[in-house]
Design a protein around this ligand. Structure first.
Ligand code: ARG
Length: 588
């Protein structure tokens, strides 16, 4: 469905042309003075020089052509040359009714759907999820849902960190604790147990212990590095342990991500890319893309017009070991082979930007990825505590994701229990659902690249620009619609009528922006634009609600129109919260 603003702009273009002016002058924007008008066009000022005429004269000519236009309500030429206008009441109502009737509420799906792979989450196996992983999961999940709404084929890949030094550390620590296990018996040729020799709790304790030991003890560190090396070169027993680590971790990760309402299509990891490395390196050497520099194998990726130095992308250390970049390039080999994606979007901490600049350039230069494939890096900022430093526990340690979520739920529960008389079980459930909105909205309402302060008090508030406020608005609508049904009304076949008040018209125009906002959020990879939008919708809705008697409106036709408008408002809000990855409870 065409965007409302484009429909208005087309009428404006026709009017410019009919009045004898260039139609390209007819750019229409949302008014920044909603008290004066809804849309405005400054084209008359831009045309003044070209036509050697006072802008107000041009504006007057154009405005005259817009009188009696079916889309335009009021139109005014205002000094020094603005054209201010409103959408006609009928056009606004018709537009909303068409939205309601259309699948996807008027969002125009891509004519040529793309295959888009989103690399997000990126947890490191065997290490507990911490808040740093929260942002990637929340933002990536939202982008995935937005792109799907736009009709694209989207695959979310968790890209596990499952192949590094942490594996060697765990193996080393396990060996020092349980040297009798068959994995450590070099002469052993039998099968290995299917049961892991540790639980997730033990695993989460083993890793930090080993990591701390390695920092103190040089010999221990050497041993862990050697274990990593052996694992990476196919050691049988270590490979079996690695599989156990992976199984135990993935089971736990799945539970954690399910709690966050985050779902991956692909559970691939760094380890899956390893088989592509030898051939890739061979080819890069043979075709002259890679050369030895101070013992290491590198690909030059600097460009003439770089303003800062971009060092070469290193793909093999002098001891033959591969690196983070090698794995990312090999992952691209595999992704290209299996999916031919049109776009790959990486949602990763912005401090990794240089790494991705190097990898993207190397991938394009060497033809690992064809020129037409868009490689995008969406770098996010740090989540800070109120002290402005990276979010920590009260004791100063790294905050675990589970604890963070539990803390928010507790805070939410307190608020819900203190305000209302609901039964404990329901209050707990509601606290979960609303808590999710507090976390996700608190994160997504900031532009991804910015650092932000995780402020539990603010995020869990029912007032202001918060997730709970949005949900509260949806619940309010649900409750009105339910009452309407209880009074014998039916929600089917209702149509929105012409607005009878300013607040009703304002709400209608907000609703009409839905398709435009979804498209922009997709194009700019910007979930925060959806947050800003639903905040506007919720405010417009609450203003309308406070100024209007809805269920007690006596004129039945008007009452039905109100209900139609509320029902569409709910659909739009829910479509938006859905792409943000949370939803409203029935009551709160
Ligand atoms: N595991 C990495 C980390 O925690 C993030 C992975 C990002 N994705 C990628 N393809 N490199 O830092």
């Amino acid at each position: 469905m065409k965007k409302l603003i484009d429909l208005v702009a087309e009428e404006m273009a026709e009017a410019f042309e009919a009045a004898g002016y260039d139609r390209s002058l007819a750019r229409v924007t949302l008014s920044n003075r909603p008290d004066l008008c809804e849309y405005q066009c400054n084209g008359a000022m831009a045309g003044a020089k070209q036509y050697k005429k006072a802008p107000i004269a041009i504006a007057g000519d154009v405005a005259a052509r817009l009188a009696d236009n079916k889309y335009i309500g009021e139109v005014q030429a205002v000094s020094p040359g603005f054209i201010n206008l409103t959408v006609s009441k009928k056009a606004a109502a018709d537009y909303l009714n068409e939205m309601q009737a259309e699948e996807g509420l008027g969002v125009e799906k891509a004519k040529e759907p793309q295959t888009i792979l989103i690399d997000y989450g990126g947890p490191n196996v065997a290490k507990p999820l911490h808040v740093g992983h929260l942002r990637s999961a929340i933002i990536g999940e939202s982008l995935k849902r937005i792109a799907r709404k736009m009709g694209h084929l989207v695959l979310g890949d968790i890209h596990l960190g499952d192949w590094g030094y942490q594996m060697g550390l765990i193996i080393t620590e396990l060996r020092s604790r349980k040297p009798g296990l068959p994995y450590f018996d070099e002469g052993y040729e039998g099968g290995y147990p299917s049961e892991a020799p540790f639980t997730i709790e033990e695993l989460e304790e083993i890793y930090p212990t080993a990591s701390a030991k390695a920092k103190e003890d040089e010999a221990y560190r050497e041993e862990a590095l050697h274990a990593t090396y052996l694992l990476q070169n196919g050691h049988r027993g270590y490979t079996a342990i690695w599989r156990h680590i992976l199984d135990v971790s993935v089971t736990d990760l799945k539970k954690n991500y399910a709690n966050l309402n985050v779902e991956f299509d692909l559970w691939k990891g760094e380890a899956d890319a390893q088989e592509f490395i030898p051939d890739m390196i061979e080819r890069l050497k043979a075709e002259g893309y890679a050369h030895i520099d101070e013992g290491a194998l590198v690909i030059d990726v600097h460009k003439e017009d770089d303003t800062k130095e971009i060092p070469p992308c290193m793909i093999q250390k002098s001891d033959g070991a591969s690196l983070y970049g090698t794995t990312d390039l090999a992952t691209l080999v595999q992704r290209e082979r299996d999916y031919h994606p049109d776009q790959i979007i990486y949602v990763v901490d912005k401090r990794q930007e240089l790494h991705f600049v190097q990898v993207f350039r190397a991938a394009k230069k060497t033809g690992i990825v064809p020129e037409r494939t868009a490689l995008k890096f969406l770098g996010f900022g740090t989540m800070n505590g109120k002290d402005g430093k990276p979010f920590k526990t009260r004791e100063g340690g790294v905050m675990r994701l589970e604890d963070l979520i539990a803390g928010i739920e507790e805070e939410m529960y307190k608020k819900i229990a203190e305000n209302r008389t609901v039964e404990e079980g329901e209050a707990k459930e509601t606290a979960k659902v609303v808590g999710m909105s507090a976390i996700k909205y608190g994160d997504l309402s900031n532009q991804a690249s910015k650092d932000y302060v995780f402020d539990v008090d603010r995020f869990t508030s029912f007032e202001g620009n918060t997730g709970p406020y949005i949900l509260y608005t949806i619940v309010r609508i649900k409750s009105i619609l339910n009452k309407y049904k209880e009074q014998g009304g039916s929600l089917s076949g209702l149509l929105v009528g012409e607005a009878g008040s300013g607040s009703e018209k304002a709400l209608m125009l907000e609703i009409a922006r839905y398709n435009e906002v979804m498209e922009t959020a997709y194009e700019e990879l910007a979930p925060h634009k959806i947050c800003a939008y639903i905040y506007d919708v919720a405010n417009a809705m609450n203003r309308f609600y406070h100024e209007t008697k809805i269920l007690t409106e006596e004129d039945e036709a008007v009452r039905r129109s109100y209900i139609a408008l509320l029902s569409l408002t709910k659909d739009v809000l829910e479509a938006c919260t859905d792409v943000l990855g949370f939803s409203a409870p029935e009551r709160m």
